[in-house]
Design a protein around this ligand. Structure first.
Ligand SMILES: Cc1cc2nc3c(=O)[nH]c(=O)nc-3n(C[C@H](O)[C@H](O)[C@H](O)COP(=O)(O)OP(=O)(O)OC[C@H]3O[C@@H](n4cnc5c(N)ncnc54)[C@H](O)[C@@H]3O)c2cc1C
Ligand code: SF4
Length: 376
């Protein structure tokens, strides 16, 4: 780890002023904010991040969750993941967000991790975190070790020939399905962006993951007012039952009017270079066919076409999109049946039970011995 200057921000403008001295706010920034530190400090120890100045923003007044008069929920950038997951309004009106947060990392990490830090965590691609390996995101122009290497956890949607890294955050998937807005302060004032426009796909500039510029401080995130009858659920598939990033995940938010689906929003995690909004699945009008099955079909086709990007580890290239669709189908059933979050069992359930249809054939279900979801 390189030597760096540590500064405690007196207020927002002090933090912004200091960060404005950086040439970039993306990979390789000379000045970094530190919130919970659970990502930044790791990357500094690995010499992936080498800021000469670290600005502690933990004393800024950005730690509240507030219901606004127009019904929106305002979440401060420094709200800890634990506090957000257990907030009464989040649990009752945005259960998908609570479930996504609780599916991420560990209890200790969630106590430290913040809303903005989680939003901005970079990919977990192993080559990005290893300075001995070529990586276009860390060192632009050096090549991508993952394309011919260990890529079983990497993206199949939004990739380019320069980078196939996955956005790793669970929270971001829920925020995308909820159509969150990101609020940013800098020297010239405030601006706000829909989350879908905040993240960018790698293209020819994989070192850029979002639209942030030097001096940009995320101040808060807002969620649209929850509609009466709205239901939501988050499902995550991973190599082990906890403390593990998603191989594939789905956040589903539906508005139910007179017992019918009125609008469906689906975001996919673990399979995209950014939290992946499946727009094909968003229907403003309800038809007598299940919008979900049509959406699942379209998403399956898109994911199937994209398997060409997976050059190695092809077993997973087939199974990951299939798993997502499986999960979306389970989510549909759950939302239809009870409108309540899936309850995961802590203990491994008794086997066998019928073989889950979603994960048969070439695909293997990693969860079958550990959870009851597949057999619900
Ligand atoms: C072992 C392990 C397992 C994990 N598993 C999961 C998982 O399963 N799912 C998951 O989603 N996550 C997982 N995580 C990641 C974890 O959620 C993140 O490390 C955490 O959310 C980051 O938040 P932080 O506040 O600690 O960020 P920091 O490390 O403090 O900051 C991260 C980045 O955000 C920037 N930043 C922070 N606040 C602001 C702001 N207000 N404005 C502008 N920039 C800002 C920092 O400069 C830095 O670049 C895991 C982490 C570890 C170490
Ligand atoms: S996938 Fe992206 S992050 Fe991973 S090695 Fe390739 S360029 Fe680097």
């Amino acid at each position: 780890m390189d030597t760096f200057r540590f500064v405690k921000a007196r207020d927002e403008s002090h933090a912004i002023q200091a960060a404005s001295q950086s040439k970039t706010a993306q990979q390789g920034a000379e000045v970094r904010f530190v919130a919970g530190g659970t990502t930044l400090i790791d990357l500094m120890k690995l010499n992936v991040e080498r800021p000469s100045q670290v600005i502690d923003i933990n004393h800024l007044p950005l730690g509240n969750v507030e219901k606004l008069q127009d019904g929106r929920l305002k979440i401060g950038a420094l709200v800890r993941n634990f506090d957000l997951a257990h907030h009464a309004v989040v649990q009752s009106e945005y259960p998908v967000l609570s479930q996504a947060l609780l599916a991420g990392a560990s209890a200790q990490l969630r106590n430290m991790a913040t809303t903005a830090g989680n939003l901005l965590q970079p990919t977990r691609c192993v080559y990005f975190r290893n300075t001995a390996m070529a990586c276009n995101k860390r060192a632009p122009g050096s090549g991508c070790s993952a394309i011919e290497g260990d890529n079983r956890t990497l993206a199949i949607l939004g990739t380019s020939s320069n980078c196939i890294a996955t956005n790793p955050s669970d929270m971001n998937v829920a925020l995308t399905a909820l159509e969150a807005t990101i609020h940013i302060q800098n020297k010239t004032g405030q601006r706000e962006l829909p989350i879908d426009d905040f993240f960018v796909v790698p293209g020819s500039t994989p070192q850029r993951e979002n639209v942030l510029e030097p001096g940009d401080l995320i101040t808060y995130v807002t969620l649209p007012a929850s509609r009466p009858g709205a239901k939501s659920v988050y499902l995550k598939l991973r190599d082990r039952a906890s403390y593990e990033f998603a191989l594939a995940s789905a956040a589903v938010v539906v508005d139910v009017v007179e017992s019918k689906f009125n609008r469906v929003r689906i975001a996919l995690g673990g399979v995209g270079t950014k939290p992946w909004r499946s727009r094909a699945a968003s229907y403003s009008a309800f038809s007598d066919r299940s919008p979900f099955s049509r959406a699942s079909l379209i998403a399956w086709m898109i994911a199937g076409r994209s398997t060409a990007f997976r050059r190695t580890n092809s077993a997973l290239s087939i199974s990951a999109p299939r798993a997502v669709i499986g999960m979306a189908t389970i989510a549909e059933k759950t939302v239809r049946k009870e409108g309540a979050p899936l309850r995961r069992k802590n203990k491994a359930p008794a086997l066998p039970g019928p073989t889950p249809t979603y994960f048969t054939g070439a695909a293997q279900c990693w969860q079958v011995s550990r959870c009851n979801d597949c057999r619900s």
